[in-house]
Design a protein around this ligand. Structure first.
Ligand code: MLT
Length: 263
C-alpha cells in the first residue's frame, strides 16, 4: 500500500501481528528482497517493510537522500501505521547505515537491532571516488551501468552457478530502482557519517549477520561492530554473499526468529 508522509509517497507492506519488526532494504534494491522474511517471520511477528524513496514502488523525490532523511521516513512509516512502542529495526547494507541513523535519532523507538551485511564506518576516500564515478555514469546513461556493476558482486560466487533463478529475480528487483533513486542514494551514502562512535552507545540487543562470501563488505566490518556493541551476537552464514537473507533464507530466518523470541 502507498502511504503519504508529508509530500512523499512510500510503498509499504504490513503483515502479521505481534511485536513489530521493520525491514530496511539495501541499495539499489527494494522491499521485494525481504519476501522470504515477510512470508516466514509474519507468522509470529508484525513485519513492516518499506520501499525507500526512489526505490521499488516509492516514487523519487529530489535528492540527496541522507541517511537521516531515510531514517526519518522509516520513523514516519511506523507512526503512520500506528505502531505502539518500540520495534526491532533490521537493515541490510545501506539499510544498516539507515539503522544507525535511526537509533541515534529515535532510540526510544528501538527494542533491538539487526545489522546485516553492513558496516559502521563512513566511506573511505577511495569509496567516495567510486561513488562520484557511479553518480557521473548514472547522470549520463541512467541506472544500467551501476546495476551491471553490482549484479555480479551482490551474491556469493557459487550462488551465480547454483541459483540462476535467484540471480534473475535479484536482477528484476534492481531494475525497479529509478535513476533519481540511484543518484540520490549514492549521494547520501557518500556523505554519511562514521557510526563507529555510535557502537558504544548502543544498549539494545543486537544481532549482526554476515555472509561469509560477501564481496562488497568484509567480515572484518561485522567483527568491528560485534566488538563495539556490548549486547551483540554475530551470525556468520556460510555459502552466502551480500544478500544472505535471499541466498540462505532458512538460516537467516532461523537466526532472526531466535533473536526475536529471546527479546
Ligand atoms: C548496499 O548493498 O546497500 C550497498 O552495497 C551499500 C554501499 O554501497 O555502501
Amino acid at each position: 500500500m502507498i502511504i503519504q508522509i508529508g509530500n512523499t509517497q512510500l510503498n509499504v507492506e504490513d503483515h502479521g501481528s505481534g511485536s513489530p519488526l521493520l525491514l530496511i532494504h539495501g541499495f539499489p534494491l527494494n522491499l521485494e528482497m525481504w519476501r522470504p522474511q515477510i512470508e516466514v517471520l509474519s507468522r509470529n511477528n508484525r513485519i513492516i517493510a518499506v520501499d525507500l524513496r526512489g526505490h521499488g514502488q516509492s516514487p523519487p523525490t529530489p535528492g540527496p537522500y541522507s541517511m537521516d532523511l531515510l531514517a526519518d521516513d522509516c520513523a514516519a512509516v511506523l507512526e503512520t501505521l500506528g505502531v505502539q512502542g518500540p520495534a526491532v529495526i533490521c537493515g541490510l547494507s545501506m539499510g544498516g547505515y539507515i539503522s544507525f541513523a535511526f537509533y541515534l535519532r529515535f532510540p526510544h523507538l528501538v527494542s533491538g537491532l539487526i545489522l546485516a551485511a553492513t558496516r559502521a564506518g563512513a566511506d573511505t576516500d577511495q569509496a567516495r571516488a567510486k561513488r562520484e564515478k557511479a553518480i557521473a555514469e548514472t547522470e549520463l546513461k541512467g541506472t544500467q551501468p551501476v546495476l551491471d556493476n553490482m549484479l555480479p558482486i551482490l551474491m556469493a560466487p557459487a550462488t551465480y552457478q547454483e541459483k540462476p533463478e535467484l540471480v534473475q529475480s535479484v536482477d528484476q528487483i534492481l531494475s525497479k530502482t529509478s535513476a533519481k533513486g540511484v543518484l540520490s542514494a549514492l549521494q547520501g551514502m557518500k556523505a554519511r557519517p562514521d557510526s563507529t562512535e555510535t557502537l558504544g552507545q548502543i544498549t539494545v540487543p543486537t544481532l549482526i549477520i554476515h555472509g561469509l562470501e560477501d564481496q562488497i563488505i568484509s567480515l572484518d566490518e561485522s567483527r568491528i561492530m560485534h566488538a563495539g556493541i556490548q549486547n551483540s551476537q554475530l551470525e556468520i552464514i556460510p555459502d552466502a554473499g551480500h544478500l544472505p537473507n535471499l541466498e540462505q533464507p532458512n538460516i537467516f530466518n532461523r537466526s532472526v526468529a531466535s533473536f526475536l523470541i529471546a527479546l
